[in-house]
Write a protein that binds this ligand. Sequence first.
Ligand code: ADP
Ligand code: MG
Length: 239
Amino acid sequence: MIQVENLKKEFLQGQERIKVLKNVSLQIQKGEFVAIMGPSGSGKSTLLQLLGGLDIPTEGDIIINQHYLNRMTEKKRTIFRRQNIGFVFQNYQLLSNLNVEENIAFPLHADGTLTKDKKQAVLQLLNSVGLKGLGQKKANLLSGGQQQRVAIARALVSNPAVLLADEPTGNLDRNTAEDILGLMTRFNRDYNQTIIMVTHDIFAAGFADRIILFKDGIVDQVISRKDEDYAKYVANFMA
Ligand SMILES: Nc1ncnc2c1ncn2[C@@H]1O[C@H](COP(=O)(O)OP(=O)(O)O)[C@@H](O)[C@H]1O
Ligand SMILES: [Mg+2]
C-alpha cells in the first residue's frame, strides 16, 4: 500500500549539503503497525514528513495507494494529505482555545460544513478514544494523555489511509504511554488502521508488528513480530 523507493533527502545548511536520507526503500502493507526507530538525528522525522507529503524528497518516490506523492502539484498534495494522512505529534498540537469536540472536528471543516454524519463521527471517535463526556472541555485543561487521545481522534476523523505518529508518547510517563499505545493498537486491530510510528523508545516500538531500524540515513535492520527472535531483540534493546 505504501512504497518508498530509493528515497534521498538533503538539506542545505549554509554552503553545506547534509544528506539525511541516503537511500531508503521500504514497503508497508495495509493494516500494518510499523515502528521506525533510530538514534536522534538519524532522519526519522524527516522520513515521516516525506511520507505525509509535508515535504518532498531530493530523489526517489513515495507511492501511497498508487499515488506518487512527489509527482503531485503542491495543491494536489495538500488535498491528498487532508484526505489520506492523519498526523500525531509528540506535543499534541491541539488548538488550546477550542474544546475537545471542536479539535476533533477541525480537519473536517476544510471539506465544507459539518453534516449530521460528520458530527456523529466526531462523537463516535470521542467515545472510542475514551473521552466520553469531555467533549465540551477546553483542550488546554486536559492532561497530556487526554490531549494525545484528542490528537489521535482528530487524526482519524477523516478516516485516513495511514496514521503517522512522530514520538507520540515522547512526553508521557510510562503508564500513560502504555494507554496511548494500547489505543493505537486497538485502532490497528479493530479497524485495520495502518500506522507508522516514529520512536526512539523500544518499549513503544514493541507494540508494532514490525520495527524498522534506521542508522545513518539508511535502513539498518527490519525485524518482524513473526520473527523468532523478535522478543529477544526487544529484550536485548531494553537491557
Ligand atoms: N528543514 C531542515 N533544514 C535543515 N536541516 C534539517 C531540516 N530538518 C531536519 N534537518 C536535519 O536533518 C537531520 C535529521 O533530523 P530529523 O529527521 O529531525 O531526525 P530524528 O527525527 O531522527 O531525530 C538532523 O541533522 C537535522 O538537523
Ligand atoms: Mg524526530
